[in-house]
Design a protein. Sequence first.
Length: 576
Amino acid sequence: MERWGPGPVFTYEWLITSRRRQVYAIRSLFVAALLAGLAVVWWTEVAEHNPLTFGDLAKLGRSFYLAIVGTQFALVLTAAPAAMAGAICVDKSRGTLAHLLMTDLSDAEIVLGKLAARLISVLGILACTLPVLALGTLLGGIDPLLLTGAFLVALGLVFLGSTLAMALSVWASRPHEALLATYLLLAVWLLLRPTWVYTLNMGGWNAPTFLDPLGLTFAPGADAMGALTDSAIFLFLCCLASAALAFLSVRKTRSVAIQQMSCAVPSRRVSPIAERIRRAIPGWPSPSLDGNPVLWREWHRNRPSRGIVVLSILYATIVGTSSLAAMVSVLAHGARGNSIAPWVTGLGSSIGFLFLAVVASTSLAEERARGSLDVLLATPLPTRAIVLGKWWSAYRLVPWLIVAPVLITSSFVWIMPGQEMIPFLLTGWILSYGAALTSLGLALATWITRLERVLVATITIHLLITVGWCCLVLTLCDRQESWGLAEASSFFGPGNLTAIMSMQSKGANGPLWDQSVKWALGWIGFYLMVAYGLLHATLATFDRCLGRVSNAANRHDSNAKTEVNNEHFSTRSKHP
């Protein structure tokens, strides 16, 4: 029977979403944070320039525009796929997708209903930034046409990222696999764009500007009407690509789901060459079963699939090639060829921490969504062993993020001794921030029930620290303190420490060097305290949030039963 309208799936998903107070709370907090940032920037500019001229107001508006648009750009690239990655994977793991496929609902109603319901929530958060930026146009310095163009670019990225995550969710078995694949494809697209532009310019051709979202957002050029036209073309192309991905998802959902359900345990064929390599290379040390059964289970259960292995190799190749180019540039040209090193360190660290945020938030949330966590909670394992096992299973990815930054900074030590402290500072910064991010993902997975909200909350907080805080602090003033405050960012912190080494190699070792070292030590201590505080809060609230009887209650009940039994036996002995 044909139905007119959005369909039952969309109605169900939208009713559930609209009845939750957290959605409105997140939007309100987001707008409050934007207005608070505007107030802080305004107060700083008024304190430094009193009275303000029209030029100061225009500069203030332009700075605030760049800060908010940068945060918005990073938000739509990460939050939109996070909200969509588990749309099909979670239903497949729960078994509800099989029930939906047995009804008279069409594939388009199932897929497009889920897509539209989750897309509206993301668009609601995106729409919150437009009125705040519209208020900034009253200060001057912000062209309304450029503002409209930046909003169109963000809208196109929301459509493209959401449909790409939905399409990958059809084939993926776990939400974090679909999300990691989406982030990697978007990162490759954004990173290969400058290389393509440079190649075309060397050949004498002009690269089309309507395919560059970064240029359309941050450097639209002097022609505002032409930039708006390019933004409209970009939105149109994103809509076409999104329609193609949505059509592919509709056509393949039923067949892929039936194929995956028909073979519960897919066989993995291993080639003889791969088997010989695996036997020749000694295995990595793994935790013992007696030490922590949960960590042993996570170590052997969460083995990556072939797709994740291929994507990990691709990411490692990109980071390794960039790091090698930075090291060769530093060793060959000294202080004159190290301009790429801070960017490689900052980008590699921030993207790696983005992957860590996905893994840390889904290690517990996926099992909670599938229902397999109830089996683990029914065991006599203590709560501390369960939480620490989950924490260490996610944190084991952090040491891999140290390799490239330490190698790059060690090249500076090779050409100019006396800077051996920076690699150790960089190692401590990465380890401490990784601990805080792992504790944050685990805490949010404990306090929030829905998988999508855990992903969105963890990634949004990570982005606000990496991009939002960095942009806000650097736009406040030009003092040296702003560089130290911005070192809290996972992009600016490692990059600034690498840049400080290059500045010292050029002879600029002054107060900036001492302040950067002090701020780095301070942020290391701060992130360690945050990691400990969040982990302690998770241990304190884990049993109550997941409905598990605490170990203290079990001991109290057993002691009470022992006292009752002793009293009963003593009474019987007195009165036979």
